[in-house]
Design a protein around this ligand. Structure first.
Ligand code: GDP
Length: 250
């Protein structure tokens, strides 16, 4: 099976594992669906990039963090949820790959794109900077309402995913897992993975929900959007109220 039961070893293994160096901006993603095709979207716009905890937005009332291994499909998921072609690729621009990137959904409510991890080895001092920033943010940000963890359904719950979850544990907040690239597996292959990830997170003591997600097929978008909206306290508006799909700011 794909899953590794060594949950208790997360912390030990973190620093010996591969570490994220996010590649610079990559092209080659599928063409997004036309904005007018879908009404379910979070209306998000880039707000700020921060490299130090003291720069966290002071006005924030609620935040939802997005995390995942590099290449897991995190940027695509954020873009799909916001029905925006390039929103999360801001986070892949040089100088921003190791930072927290904030996207404003509504006044004082943010999506927070965390650096991808596991892409390549990084120097030791870089790991410490990353740990201080991400660990500090995940464990001690009162406004952080929940964590969306994106995992490629073919490689769920890697050691680094487990390390990240361990950092988030002190927050005592819920986790919502997107098993991304679900279009790569048949239903018969995907459902057992879904069940097993659910069971493992429960065993590990997390209040976690888990769902299938596919950006190109738009599978699971409504479900994920509802979770994020609930955590942020952002109600869905009718088109007449001015939040039609496609209004999001580049
Ligand atoms: P990130 O590094 O986690 O932000 O991952 P990206 O969103 O950049 O996606 C990495 C690669 O996986 C890209 O080539 C995407 O086109 C592809 N990808 C992302 N999500 C999906 C998905 O749901 N299905 C499929 N088939 N490919 C995906």
């Amino acid at each position: 099976m794909l899953l590794n039961p060594g949950w208790q070893h997360w912390k030990l293994q973190y620093f010996s594992g591969p570490f994220a160096i996010m590649p610079a901006f990559r092209a080659g993603h599928w063409a997004p669906h036309r904005a007018t095709q879908h009404t379910a979207v979070l209306n998000a716009a880039f707000h700020t990039t921060i490299a130090q905890l003291r720069d966290l937005p002071a006005d924030s009332l609620a935040e939802v963090a997005f995390a995942g291994r590099s290449n897991a499909g995190k940027s695509s998921a954020i873009n799909t949820l916001c029905n925006h072609k390039r929103l999360a690729f801001v986070s892949k621009m040089p100088g921003r790959t190791q930072h927290l990137n904030f996207f404003r959904v509504e006044d004082s409510r943010y999506l927070v794109d965390l650096p991808g991890y596991g892409y390549a080895r990084a120097p030791k001092d870089q790991k410490h900077i990353w740990q201080a920033l991400i660990g500090g943010y995940l464990g001690r940000r009162p406004q952080l309402a929940g964590l969306v963890l994106i995992m490629d359904i073919r490689h769920p719950l890697t050691e680094l995913d487990r390390s990240l979850l361990d950092w988030f544990r002190p927050a005592g907040r819920p986790v919502h897992v997107l098993l991304s690239k679900s279009d790569k597996l048949s239903r018969g292959q995907a459902l057992p993975v879904l069940r097993q990830v659910r069971a493992e997170l429960l065993d590990a003591g997390f209040a976690a929900s888990v769902q299938l997600f596919s950006s190109p097929k738009r599978e699971g978008v409504d479900e994920a959007e509802a979770v994020v909206r609930g955590w942020l306290g952002v109600a869905k508006k009718t088109p007449a109220q001015g939040e039609e799909a496609g209004e999001s700011t580049p």
